[in-house]
Design a protein around this ligand. Sequence first.
Ligand code: ASP
Length: 347
Amino acid sequence: MKPKILIVYTGGTIGMIEDPVSKALRPFNFDHLIENVPKVKMLDYEIDHIQFDQPIDSSDMNVKHWDHICHAIADNYDAYDGFVVLHGTDTMAYTASALSFMLEDLHKPVIITGSQLPIGEVRTDGEENLITALQIAADRDINGKPTVQEVAILFEDYLWRGNRSTKRSADNFNAFKSNNYPELAKIGLGIHFNHDVLHKVSDEQPLKPHYNLDTNVMPVDLFPGLSPEVLRHQLFTPGVKGIVLRTYGAGNAPTAPWFIEAVRECIESGRVILNVTQCVNGGVHPKRYVAGNLLAETGVVSGEDLTFEAAITKMMFLFGQGYDAKEVSQRLTRSIAGEMTLSRPKA
Ligand code: ASP
């Protein structure tokens, strides 16, 4: 049986062409993309595709697009062995995180990839990324089960867990990294899977797709010089239900009464605040410093070692499920799709 793979083409650099007037790159259609990768035919797979009516630069990605991608996968789930999502790199980590929450009980590969150079360019990374993504989506273990049973990002030399990934370079072919989780596979002459860290589904349940993420969330970034006025203006933005507070180091924040009081009032007003660190590696340890402990005592939820992308989309997902603030706060402390490490040694 030939592997059956569905490609969902959303846009991104991989399929872009140069605008004849401005010379800037703009999204183009799937036919152009696939014509530039004749080697795909050498894979003995059955490949179909679905494309966005209007392929986009991923800077334009929004929750409606996530619903489309989720539908494309869920509506065709039984008919295919695996899925490859072609996507711009700019918001790829957000989409990967969101899809990991939206596709509950996923047990087939959803491999997201794209490229730094368009597929039509001589030195493009798009051809190799697309071919490797297709091979990973088709890969099976000795029992005939998909090797990858989760949402993952394939880029250049690595396969990363989607909700652990961050775009780390605008210039380098190795554009992604998981700072708090090992690679799922290293790509060299062969594809070397790191079986110990891949998500494994023992009890296959039917896929449960979820839609309609709630956009009433926002980040608040700490910096020395943040004033009470600016902080309050952000925390009490009308309509906002959830805030991802990007703190220092191990989850530390100012200890000044004006700061702690503003945070406490914000939580008492029914909003949820999730603490993630501005550091690229490591996570929140609320008890390590007084500055973190004071914050935790206000009711701020520890985001452990979540990436910002996973933190904001997890909030959007949980509010989108209709949970109230208390329920969202509780659920934020549990892992939904392997997005955070709950067993980290605590300080
Ligand atoms: N701006 C592009 C996008 O995200 C960048 C890329 O694909 O690499 O769609």
